[in-house]
Design a protein around this ligand. Structure first.
Ligand code: BCO
Length: 565
């Protein structure tokens, strides 16, 4: 059933530990948010006594492998004491204080989880970023956020060193590596001697917990800020009904640590339900290693981008006997019905698609037990009331295409991002009448299922990444061959859509070899900004379509790419 809004019935008694049932009730708007909430104390630390009494089965909280024989398994008890040590590293030698912002640019290593939980314990605001970020990306993030600390691994050192002098607010560089580096504190060294005694900060439930950088059509990425409760409580129903997790389950969520999908699937949803988070640190994604992992480890639940499933169904999956796999999920970009069908035929398993955004989390999902309509993103999930609206904020009837929107009541839903930091205009622009607008277009059918149509703006969704055209165009224009460019989405059988750049060349490059120049421009973009954004297709054109006022008409190029008139 759908909630009609924030109708809080029961309120929380201070001092009484919250239960999973309480978190569910909060999401169903049957209970008010507690004033204080801290995910580390109120969720993670509640599991460790249950491990001792056997109330929670002997299932690790985190199970990490790297394919080279290294393995880490932590119970909730161990995660608790290790993250307390990490918390002492952050506050003592690093000198960080509650509310300080910390950029965490780490690959899939156990320390990523430790640092995040340590930030929760100390009231620090963590800002995850992919290790694909370049020096320019990191500079922007550190300056925009006024981060006090960066936690990074070896591969990020050269980029950070090249820009650190331009970041006056940055006080501490913490290196997670067996090697030491001049000017950096060594996390392993400090960790070794840190105390495991730490008293968790009593954070307010609306206090900031994390910031995610998210791309839009114009400008640099915006800082979507989430609170302790939006992330820490807001994914309770998602974990139970979409991911279908119990404390006996082992979930492998593939997403890179830089994206909110990692936080949802590999931290909040899973640990709320007491499930084990499985992590494989693959040097590079490859389908054979992926399939071997599913046959080797007792993974029960798999969550990956549609692009991964598109790659997998090209293999002969019947050859593989997955050890324990029973529930498969996907999200981040639209899933083609054919892939869902092929996956089912080859593995006997359904694919449960979900749809969400960094700003507001999971919006629609095919929940366990619900009939799946191939090609649909499922139904709206609590606490949201999802509607399709027109440009004036009016609700459209089933079958009519419009913008996917979430109905607002007098209070902002607790699981929403709090704001785009330092950007009240962009925050306000997400509201239209009584609705939060997602920027995605879709249709709802008469059974309440939602069908994705495309972005309402120029943002490109490729392989599950949200890519702003402006960021790619800005990178291209730095190259002397480029006079101007327009970057749009273009269809792709594996990645759903890819970045395509239409480029007007400067005179000296007009007679260049197009293949060679394409490679050069692609390489240039990969160096200038995170490589996942590079234009996989490049077309050289004499001019770009423009309005009378000189604005580039990306929509004309995009429509042409997609064969639309
Ligand atoms: O494909 P190419 O080889 O041509 O290019 C790849 C890399 O080789 C290249 N690259 C990476 N590091 C580089 C580099 N090139 C030069 N120097 C470096 N240091 O850049 C390209 C990166 O593309 P990729 O990341 O797509 O790589 P890949 O290996 O093809 O991975 C495929 C996927 C499917 C595993 C990957 O695309 C992926 O993980 N996609 C999912 C993204 C995701 O998790 N999205 C969720 C966002 S959160 C959300 O949606 C909110 C929901 C509530």
């Amino acid at each position: 059933t759908k909630s009609s809004g924030q109708r809080f019935h029961k309120s929380h008694q201070p001092g009484v530990p919250l239960t999973l049932a309480d978190f569910e009730a909060i999401n169903r708007c049957e209970r008010s948010l507690p004033k204080k909430f801290n995910f580390a104390r109120d969720v993670l630390d509640q599991w460790s006594p249950k491990e001792k009494t056997g109330e929670r089965p002997a299932n690790p909280a985190l199970w990490w492998v790297n394919g080279k024989g290294d393995e880490v398994k932590w119970s909730f008890g161990e995660l608790g004491s290790l993250s307390r040590k990490a918390a002492n590293v952050l506050t003592k030698p690093c000198g960080l204080e509650r509310g300080d912002r910390v950029a965490v640019i780490l690959p899939r290593i156990p320390e990523w989880w430790l640092i995040n939980v340590a930030c929760m314990r100390t009231g620090l605001v963590f800002m995850p970023g992919t290790t694909q970020l370049t020096a320019k990306d990191i500079l922007y993030r550190l300056r925009a956020s006024k981060a006090k600390c960066i936690v990074a691994s070896d591969e990020v050192i050269p980029a950070v060193e090249s820009i650190v002098s331009e970041c006056p607010d940055l006080k501490t560089k913490l290196l997670v590596s067996p090697h030491s580096q001049n000017g950096w504190l060594s996390f392993p060294e400090l960790f070794q001697t840190a105390s495991a005694e730490h008293s968790c900060v009593e954070t307010g439930s609306q206090e900031p917990m994390a910031i995610y950088f998210t791309s839009g059509t114009t400008g640099s990425p915006k800082m979507a800020q989430h609170s302790q409760s939006s992330l820490g409580i807001g994914y309770t129903l998602c974990g139970r009904y979409w991911l279908d997790l119990k404390s006996t389950d082992i979930i492998w969520n593939m997403s890179d640590t830089g994206w909110i999908k990692a936080a949802i699937g590999s931290m909040f949803s899973s640990w709320l339900q007491g499930a084990c988070v499985f992590v494989h640190r693959m040097a590079q994604f490859d389908t054979d290693t992926f399939l071997d992992t599913l046959t080797t480890y007792p993974i029960t639940t798999l969550c990956s981008a549609p692009t991964v499933y598109r790659m997998l169904v090209q293999k002969d999956l019947k050859r593989y006997k997955f050890k324990k796999l029973r529930h498969c999920l996907t999200g981040g970009e639209p899933l083609n019905p054919e892939v869902l069908e092929q996956w089912k035929v080859q593995t006997g398993l359904e694919l449960y698609e979900g749809y969400g955004q960094t700003e507001v989390g999971i919006i629609c999902a095919n929940q366990k037990g619900q009939e799946i309509k191939p090609g649909s993103m499922g139904k709206g999930v609590l606490p949201y009331d999802v509607q399709i609206i027109d440009e004036n904020g009016n609700i459209l009837p089933p079958g009519k295409e419009g913008e996917i929107a979430l109905r607002l009541t007098s209070t902002r839903p607790f699981c929403f991002f709090s704001e785009y930091v330092d950007n009240p205009e962009k925050t306000a622009a997400t509201i239209r009448g009584n609705f939060y607008v997602t920027g995605d277009r879709g249709v709802m059918d008469s059974d309440g299922y939602f069908w994705f149509v495309g972005r309402a703006d120029d943002v490109i969704i490729s392989s599950g990444y949200r890519i702003g055209p402006f960021e790619v165009e800005s990178a291209l224009i730095e190259h002397p061959a480029v006079v101007e460019s327009a970057v749009v989405s273009s269809p792709d059988p594996v990645r759903g859509e890819v970045v395509k750049a239409f480029v007007v060349l400067s005179a000296p490059f007009k007679s260049s070899n197009p293949e060679k120049l394409t490679l050069e421009l692609q390489d240039h973009v990969k160096k200038s900004t995170a490589p996942y954004k590079y234009p996989r297709k490049v077309e050289f054109v004499k001019e770009l379509p423009k309005t009378i006022t000189g604005k580039i008409k990306r929509n004309v190029l995009r429509d042409h790419e997609w064969g639309r008139t």
